[in-house]
Write a protein that binds this ligand. Sequence first.
Ligand SMILES: Cc1cc2nc3c(=O)[nH]c(=O)nc-3n(C[C@H](O)[C@H](O)[C@H](O)COP(=O)(O)OP(=O)(O)OC[C@H]3O[C@@H](n4cnc5c(N)ncnc54)[C@H](O)[C@@H]3O)c2cc1C
Ligand SMILES: NC(=O)c1ccc[n+]([C@@H]2O[C@H](COP(=O)([O-])OP(=O)(O)OC[C@H]3O[C@@H](n4cnc5c(N)ncnc54)[C@H](OP(=O)(O)O)[C@@H]3O)[C@@H](O)[C@H]2O)c1
Ligand SMILES: Cc1cc2nc3c(=O)[nH]c(=O)nc-3n(C[C@H](O)[C@H](O)[C@H](O)COP(=O)(O)O)c2cc1C
Length: 590
Amino acid sequence: MTSAADALSLNASPLSAEQLHTLQQLSAGASDAALWWISGYLAGQAALRAPQAAPKANAVSQSRLTVVYASQTGNSKAAATALARQAESQGLAVRLVNIAEYSLAELGRERYLAIAISTQGDGDPPDDARIFLKQLAGARAPKLADLRYTVLALGDSSYAKFCEIGRKLDARLAELGGSRLAERADADLDIEATAAPWRLSTLSAAVEAIGRSPAATVTLLRPVTAAVAAATHWQSATVYANQRLTARDSEVDVRHLELSLGDSGLRYEPGDSLEVQIDNPSALVDEFLARSGLDGDASVEHAGQRRSLRDWLRSERELTRLSASLLSAVFAAHPEHPLQAAGNSLLDTHQVVDLLAAGRVEWDAQRWVAALAPLKPRAYSIASAQAEVGDEVHLTVALKRSHGAGIERVGLASGHLAALAEGAQVKVRVEANPRFRLPRDGSRDLIMIGPGTGVAPFRAFLQQRVADGASGRNWLFFGHRHLRSEFLYQTEWLAALKRGQLHRLDVAFSRDGPERRYVQHVIAERATELVSWIDNGAHLYLCGDAKRMARDVEATLIDAIARVRGIDSEAASDELDALSSAGRFQRDVY
Ligand SMILES: Cc1cc2nc3c(=O)[nH]c(=O)nc-3n(C[C@H](O)[C@H](O)[C@H](O)COP(=O)(O)OP(=O)(O)OC[C@H]3O[C@@H](n4cnc5c(N)ncnc54)[C@H](O)[C@@H]3O)c2cc1C
Ligand SMILES: NC(=O)c1ccc[n+]([C@@H]2O[C@H](COP(=O)([O-])OP(=O)(O)OC[C@H]3O[C@@H](n4cnc5c(N)ncnc54)[C@H](OP(=O)(O)O)[C@@H]3O)[C@@H](O)[C@H]2O)c1
Ligand SMILES: Cc1cc2nc3c(=O)[nH]c(=O)nc-3n(C[C@H](O)[C@H](O)[C@H](O)COP(=O)(O)O)c2cc1C
């Protein structure tokens, strides 16, 4: 059937009836992404056939669009690649470059720039962008009066600092005098829904501003979705063991899980994470339905998919993790909600059902499905090396507890994993992390800083180093609340020390003394030795909490380098950046 809006546009169409029919047939079965792609492709064909304006003198005909990406897990890279391919297919001269290889000097000469950049940690840049952004924020940043730019900010609206880095970059480029080629677009986890229209507006502005380059090769586009980083398939893993690492009377419940990958053929390397896919428990879905007064059997269509509300809630929507965008929508609709004043602080303490327990939210099923964030897999740093454990994978999982509505609730994945019995199955896939890798040269020393569950990948590192017979020394900094009850893998570390496989172990138990003592306090005390290890070529690793720990530890590392070398903190910070660029300072923080 043709809608009124369709009929209007069809009446105005210059197509023959036959051409119209073909177009309608093509669009009927196409997904949203395919429709956006087709529209871009056709616009490109039109641009190709359009009579070319006489090239304006010199530079303009040589102008190109530079597409830069800054990416941790590949999404921004895929989005930038899709733009570059599409630009190329439209006859634009284009180059694609990673931000780590892009300098301020180049930026100063740039005329047309598109940047895709994600936000990581707690509103932090992806690793490859850290140095560039630091320089861009400094006094030596170039004036950009000739620059026309656009930013695609990638993020996840469940984080309080949604797309923070893309927003800041966009604002900084404007502050330096740049003007927008197209408006910034903030992409949530359904990236293509935002990236496709951004590509379209960027390309139409770029074609108009730059014109086609006669020299550009016209490459037919592959479907855009093909550019998205391929993840390994979900596989079933079987629980071999689930042991509590913390004492029975500890307030913290941390589990050591051993999973069998069986004959799945899954391979991983030390530094990789394992993603687990878990549905919301039925009891939680039932509680949501009871508190919202909605019918679980109601059929809801959203983004071209139709399923019952219960199915949406069970396997497609976050119920344990609130998002900043959900909170603002609820409070905009219900300014009288009793939790309004708490704002984004609820993200750390409340689940979706806690919101409903505190006050009414008069939404229908459709509105809830649209407002709740899509359910995401959870990642866990792999705590084993296959050289040691073969077809097993080990994890170190801290049970996440919250008490928002006065009722104890557990995190979706950590709650599920902590309760798994031997023989249970769980859906997993490997997320490779090429930015967190052991040095190829086994004679290099390692300094590993991993408080809490941040210690997990270092168990894998040590297993691998032992299996490889690596001759470099291994130094571990570990911290948790109490020596007696939260010293994760204590016996393994002590045995490794005794065997000469671990050469230094420094610990900080935050709640054993009158004042909080953290790993960075020990690092400060060992500054001279730590810097001498760095001078000796050591590789430095940091893993664990992004919100506070990682920032504080980095500040301490900078301070330690500055003190020992007698330099100012800017020079020490540059030294840490240089280590990072050389792959000798790697972080995996969450
Ligand atoms: C690369 C990577 C590696 C990781 N490795 C490990 C690991 O080795 N071990 C490990 O235990 N975890 C690890 N994590 C964290 C893990 O992925 C989960 O985020 C964590 O287990 C909580 O998930 P959940 O489903 O149990 O809780 P959720 O269901 O996501 O959340 C439950 C409750 O926790 C609170 N909460 C949610 N998000 C936050 C937040 N950002 N800050 C504070 N409170 C919050 C809220 O009250 C929420 O209602 C890693 C994360 C990443 C990205
Ligand atoms: N709700 C929150 O805001 C919150 C808090 C902590 C962790 N988390 C998350 O919970 C998950 C698991 O945490 P985890 O098991 O790895 O342990 P963790 O809670 O991060 O704690 C490990 C150790 O780090 C200490 N610590 C706290 N602040 C620190 C800082 N600024 N610098 C250095 N050390 C610091 C803790 O001390 P003390 O606890 O004694 O201060 C504890 O001794 C992670 O995803 C983490 O991001 C969330
Ligand atoms: C550990 C971690 C922290 C994140 N922190 C934020 C954040 O603070 N704000 C945000 O908008 N998105 C955050 N994200 C979501 C990413 O930006 C999002 O997944 C994006 O698509 C990643 O793109 P990339 O693969 O190009 O890095 C975070 C993701 C991870 C894994």
